[in-house]
Design a protein around this ligand. Structure first.
Ligand SMILES: NC(=O)c1ccc[n+]([C@@H]2O[C@H](COP(=O)([O-])OP(=O)(O)OC[C@H]3O[C@@H](n4cnc5c(N)ncnc54)[C@H](O)[C@@H]3O)[C@@H](O)[C@H]2O)c1
Length: 359
């Protein structure tokens, strides 16, 4: 079992427990007479709900959403509000998010807004949610075509990670989450990056102890960053390494590629620009690029309209006062935020990942 304490605004705020069972679940975090609503999705309900329900002694309701990003909207939030009102949930009751990042983001947003705030626990079940989205307090939903446009910063009471849940996670989802672990290492921790290379086999085999180490290392990096900059005013932007180009490819491809797959492509582009600026050596660039391959993540993709992608990048909400904030690597384990990356540099990096059928 591993435990991290996450601070918020310089005060201790919530524990993150990483374990291979529910043996260390702190039952007293849910008050005796509180009702509990578990919010989950149909896939997760099938494989994970039974074991969670068996450890909760309180009166428990379940609200199941349709899996996937299409559910992450205000219609789903409205249905959950109606359910909570109908079942007389008060502010002293508790919500539990049992699922991936979609369930976590929706549940956190409902918790932040229902009766001006109700406690919630994150029990992430996808690797992406375990290494990234379950901590840091970003909650929210998409609005029309705008991703994560409506939301709030709202902290959970507890994050409990039971790695046995990863057994039922489809492989493509597992590697999707791995991209965020790789990103964390690249921006902040060269030793962790080398550890990922050395433990490639154990990670792909989903060895429980290796996964606990991987999740702890990734979350320690995120914890350190969000504690220093909880509301993404400066430093927290480094968590967007690989995401500037990644989000644009995700949108351009009509969400046919997974988020982590696009982040991997975005990391390759950002590492390429870092090499061309002489921040990284050529060998380091190629090592980073090739490191995604054993984890079934792409390092090139077909038929990119590079001008369209640059256009999408420029419309991205992370542009501040017209200048694009691009995260580069000054070296492996040290990210920097730069505002002077040119269209030509981005174009060259996109050419690098553009797999041309004529070749
Ligand atoms: N709040 C944050 O800081 C933050 C950070 C990164 C990403 N996000 C958000 O996270 C979301 C993506 O999260 P995700 O990749 O977990 O997607 P997801 O929640 O859609 O889960 C991916 C798929 O895996 C299934 N699944 C999850 N756990 C399972 C399990 N144990 N067994 C079987 N199936 C399982 C789900 O049903 C779903 O089909 C996006 O909406 C993104 O915006 C939020």
């Amino acid at each position: 079992m591993e435990k991290l304490l996450v601070n918020y605004e310089d005060k201790p705020c919530y524990d993150v427990i990483i374990d291979d069972s529910f043996d260390n679940f702190p039952e007293d975090i849910i008050k005796n007479n509180s009702k509990v609503l578990i919010i989950t999705d149909d896939n997760v309900a099938t494989s994970c709900l039974g074991s969670l329900k068996s450890i909760i002694r309180n009166e428990t309701e379940v609200f199941c959403i349709t899996p996937g990003e299409d559910s992450k909207n205000l219609d789903t939030v409205r249905e959950i509000y109606a359910f909570l009102i109908n079942k007389n949930f008060s502010r002293s009751d508790m919500l539990i998010a049992l699922g991936g990042g979609v369930v976590g983001d929706i549940t956190g947003f409902v918790a932040a807004t229902y009766k001006r705030g109700i406690d919630f626990i994150q029990i992430p079940t996808s690797l992406l949610a375990m290494v990234d989205s379950s901590i840091g307090g970003k909650t929210g939903v998409d609005f029309d075509e705008y991703k994560n446009m409506i939301g709030a910063f709202y902290m959970p009471r507890l994050v409990y990670i039971n790695v046995t849940y990863l057994k039922s996670l489809p492989d493509r989802e597992f590697f999707n989450g791995f991209a965020e672990a790789m990103k964390s290492a690249l921006i902040r921790d060269q030793i962790y990056y080398s550890w990922l290379i050395d433990n490639m086999y154990e990670i792909c085999e989903k060895d429980p102890d290796t996964l606990i180490n991987l999740i702890r290392s990734s979350l320690s990096i995120k914890k350190d960053v969000v504690e220093k900059d909880p509301k993404e005013e400066s430093l927290r932007m480094i968590l967007n390494f690989g995401h500037t180009v990644g989000h644009a490819i995700e949108k351009y491809k009509g969400f046919e590629l997974k988020h982590g797959e696009c982040v991997a492509l975005g990391c390759v582009c950002a590492a390429f620009i870092s090499w061309k600026r002489d921040y990284l050596t050529m060998d380091e660039y190629y090592e980073i690029r090739d490191m995604f391959v054993p984890f079934n993540l792409p390092i090139s993709t077909e038929m990119l309209d590079i001008d369209k992608i640059i256009d999408i990048i420029k419309k991205d909400k992370k542009n501040v006062n017209g200048s694009l904030r691009f995260i580069l690597l000054k070296k492996i384990g040290k990210a920097v935020i730069e505002s002077d990356v040119t269209d030509d540099e981005i174009r060259a990096s996109l050419n690098e990942i553009n797999f041309d059928e004529e070749w």
